[in-house]
Every structure is written in structure tokens, then in C-alpha cells.
Design a protein around this ligand. Structure first.
Ligand code: NAD
Length: 297
């Protein structure tokens, strides 16, 4: 009999992550506000229940994969939330990307209730979630990570202990700020080549073998038609949304203000993503920032 796991948040990332735990033989009960997602989870062998409080009360592990800080704060600290329902000793793992401060607030409250808690945000996108190849960036106690590792191993291939509570979120925010900057820079460079009459595939191929090489050129080219199986080549659908990138860049700027760090390119990137979102592109994949730069920008 596998471990009794409750998984809350069966969205683009949470559903495939929870499905991988089911395939590994665990008893996973899934919850989401969107009933279609819950039905999809059940169709793949996941357990469902009408009584979230009771399921949490019987769980050995509770995992959350929710959009943003306010959802995580509500799910853990709200009336009848996870901390009110779970038994002492239940291992809590939040995989959402949220602020370091919110992660620490929930982590402290969990500790006071005798529940070990990890912040364990991920990198690797929906493909990584589906293939079980995510990177986990973990904050919290070593012993809690040791207990969580067999389950994280099912969902990911690289697990890093970044430090104490909240440190997983900090390193995740650093990574995503860099990713946002790189996506804009790559888009600008391809646009510059195209504006001067070059084939975007030629520009991309040359840069991918030169000093401008980066992850967006290798596996996530923002120009439609250059790479196969990327959001840019399917109308910028099904990837990492503009509004989620905007959220992460906002977290980076907030974190810089709180710590006194200087993030001039991070702040500029946040503003460009904000304009892009306001122009109606919030639900598109974040590589669609390529469109904001126009043909002859
Ligand atoms: P999503 O919006 O697809 O999924 C979030 C789900 O949470 C939704 O299905 C929503 O209905 C559900 N939800 C919200 N509040 C709830 C509640 N109180 N109870 C139950 N369900 C609730 O988002 P996603 O793309 O899966 O991302 C989840 C998190 O992972 C975000 O923090 C995001 O920044 C991060 N992330 C996403 C990606 C990606 O490529 N999509 C990559 C890395 C990290």
C-alpha cells in the first residue's frame, strides 16, 4: 500500500505531477476548484473525494500546486485550511511559485503545529511535469527533505536543497527573472536579424552555436516556425503563461526592494511583460513577448 497523499491544485502543472505519483503506486486524492480537472484526474486512476477536510486529516503528505501567494496563504492558513485539518507530523510540500515571505509565513505556522514543511517550487514547464523531469528548488529542514525525496524523485530528476524555509522560492525567483530577461533578449536579437533581411532560423542556429547561446534558443525559440513542438509554433499556447511570468518578475522586483539588490533588467522585463499582458496576451505563452517587439521594432 502506497503513501496516502493529498494533492491540491490540478492545473497545467499539478495534474501531470499528481498523475506521476499515481503511476508510482501511491494513493493520491486530488482537489481543484475546476471540476473538469478533477474528473480528468479520476479518469487516470486518481482518487477523488467530496470531503477535502477529511482527506487532509487522513493524509501522510499534502502537496499544493497553486497559482500565487494569496492562494497558498488561503489554502494553508484560512478557516478550515490545511493547517487546521492535518495531523501533527503530516509532511507539507508547496510546489507553487510564491514570495519568499509568504513561504516563510506558512512554514513558520506549520512548524508551530508540528508539521514539517518544504517550499519546493519547480522548473521544467509542463513537459517536465509530464515526463517527471522537473527540477525542484527546496527550502526547509534537511530531515523534511529526506522524507520528501522519494516522492520528489517520482516527479523530478534534479532536487536541490537551497537552504532554510523560503530559500527554494528565492532561487526560483532568481532563475525566472533571468529567464524573462533572456526571452526578451533572444526575441530582440532574432527580430534585429529579420529586420535586416535574415532568415530567423539562420539567426537562431548561428546564435545557438555562438556566445549568445541560452536555453530559450536551445529549446524554446520564440519565433514561430523556427523550432518544432514549442509554443511559438502552435500559436503560443500550452506553455508557461505571460501572466505567470509577470507574477514571477513582480516577485523578483519586490524581493530586490526588500533586500536592496539592484535588478534594472528584471524591472524593465517586468514592465515589458506588463504591457504585453495589458495588450491582451496574458494567457499566451511567455515566448509571445516576441510579438510585442513587432516586425521592424
Ligand atoms: P494553473 O493556473 O494551470 O493551475 C493552478 C490550479 O490551482 C488551477 O487549476 C486552479 O483551479 C487551482 N486552484 C486555485 N485555488 C485553489 C484552491 N483553493 N483549491 C484547489 N485548487 C485551486 O497554474 P500552473 O501552470 O499549474 O502553475 C502552478 C504554479 O506552478 C504557479 O505558481 C506557477 O508559477 C508555477 N509554475 C508553472 C510552470 C508552467 O510552466 N506552467 C512552470 C514552473 C512553475
Amino acid at each position: 500500500m502506497g503513501t496516502n497523499i493529498v494533492f491540491i491544485g490540478l492545473g497545467n502543472m499539478g495534474l501531470p505531477m499528481a498523475q506521476n505519483l499515481v503511476r508510482a503506486g501511491h494513493a493520491v486524492t486530488g482537489f481543484d476548484l475546476v471540476q473538469a480537472s478533477v474528473r480528468q484526474f479520476a479518469a487516470g486512476g486518481g482518487l477523488v473525494s467530496d470531503d477535502q477536510a477529511a482527506a487532509i486529516g487522513q493524509a501522510d503528505i499534502v502537496i499544493t500546486m497553486l497559482p500565487a501567494s494569496r492562494h497558498v496563504l488561503g489554502a494553508y492558513l484560512g478557516d478550515g485550511g490545511i493547517l487546521a485539518q492535518a495531523r501533527p507530523g503530516t509532511l507539507l510540500i508547496d510546489c507553487s511559485t510564491i514570495s519568499t515571505e509568504a513561504a516563510r509565513q506558512v512554514g513558520r505556522a506549520a512548524q508551530e503545529q508540528g508539521m514539517p514543511m518544504l517550499d519546493a517550487p519547480v522548473s521544467g514547464g509542463t513537459a517536465g511535469a509530464t515526463n517527471g523531469t522537473l527540477t525542484f528548488m527546496v527550502g526547509g529542514e534537511e530531515a523534511a527533505l529526506a522524507a520528501a525525496r522519494p516522492y520528489l524523485d517520482v516527479m523530478g530528476k534534479a532536487i536541490f536543497h537551497a537552504g532554510g524555509s523560503g530559500c527554494g522560492q528565492t532561487v526560483k525567483i532568481c532563475n525566472n527573472m533571468l529567464l524573462g530577461i533572456l526571452m526578451i533578449g533572444t526575441s530582440e536579437a532574432i527580430r534585429l536579424g529579420v529586420a535586416n533581411g535574415l532568415d530567423p532560423k539562420v539567426v537562431s542556429d548561428v546564435m545557438a552555436k555562438s556566445s549568445g547561446r541560452n536555453w530559450t534558443l536551445d529549446v524554446y525559440n520564440p519565433c514561430p516556425g523556427v523550432a518544432e513542438n514549442v509554443p511559438a509554433s502552435r500559436g503560443y499556447t500550452g506553455g508557461f503563461g505571460v501572466d505567470l511570468m509577470l507574477k514571477d518578475l513582480g516577485l523578483a522586483v519586490e524581493s530586490a526592494l526588500a533586500s536592496g539588490a539592484s535588478v534594472p533588467l528584471g524591472a524593465l522585463s517586468r514592465n515589458l511583460y506588463s504591457l504585453h499582458s495589458k495588450a491582451g496576451s496574458g494567457a499566451l505563452d511567455f515566448s509571445s513577448i516576441y510579438q510585442l517587439l513587432g516586425d521592424k521594432a
